[in-house]
Unconditional design. Sequence first.
Length: 280
Amino acid sequence: MSPLLARATRAPSPTSAGATAIITPRHDRPAAAAPVALAAPLIRLRGVSKVYGSGQVALLALKDIDLDINAGEFVAIMGPSGSGKSTAMNILGCLDTPSAGHYLFHGAHVEALSRDQRARLRRRYLGFVFQGFNLLARTSAQENVELPLLYRGESAAVRRASAARALQSVGLGGWEHHTPAELSGGQQQRVAIARAIVTEPAVLLADEPTGNLDTQRSREIMELLRGLNADHGITVLMVTHEPDMAAYARRLVRFVDGRIDSDGPNPHPAPPAQEAPGPA
C-alpha cells in the first residue's frame, strides 16, 4: 500500500500541519546547507489520456494532458460540451482512471491504486459538490452532512459536532433539523457544500455547482466557495461553462477537443462582495 493510503486510514487531512510528512522525507537531522526545494504540486497529471470504447467506435476523450495544481489554488475548468473537462474532473476525483499516463496526488500514483484504495483516498482527501444537490429527501440537514463521517466509522458524538461546525461555516447554523423540502435551492446547495467539507478535505471538486440556481443565489454560493478557499486553504477545482462563475477562480484552464487549450491566471477576477452573504 502506498504511504498516502496507509496514512489515510489513520491521519488527519492534508490541510493539517502534519500533512507535509506525506511528501517530505524524514531525516535524522537536517543538512547544514541544504537548498530550499519548491513544494511538489498537490496534483500532477502527466501524459494523461482517456479512451472510451474500442475499435471503430473508440472515443478519445482526453489527449496527452499535462496539468499541475498546487495546494490552495482555486481553479475553474472550462470548455464546451464534449471538450473533456468532465472526464478530467472524474479522473481528478478518482471516479475514473486514465487509459494512459500518470496521476499523482501528493506524490502517490493514483492510476496504480486499486478501486478500494481510490475510494479510501476519496473519503479522506476529497469533497464533492454537484449541480444536483443529491441530498437525502427524508433526512435533516444535520443527518445529510453527517453521512461522510458515518461511512468513515466516526462516533455519533463526533459526527454531530463536526456536522454542526460545517453547517455553521456555510451560514446554516440553526437550520440543522430542516429537511431539504424546507430549504431553498441555495440553502440546499449550502448543505451539500457542508457535507463536502465536513471531512476537512484537501480538495473540493465542484461540478457546475450553480447550475440549478438563480443569479443571486449563484453569486452567494461562489462567494462561499471563494471564502472556503481563501480562509480555510481548501483547494477548489470547479467545472463550469459560465464565465460569470469562473470569474471567482484565480486560475482558468480551458479544454477544447480533449486537450488543454489555455491555462493561466484569471485576468478579470470578480470583485469581493461588499457584505458576507446570508443563507440563500
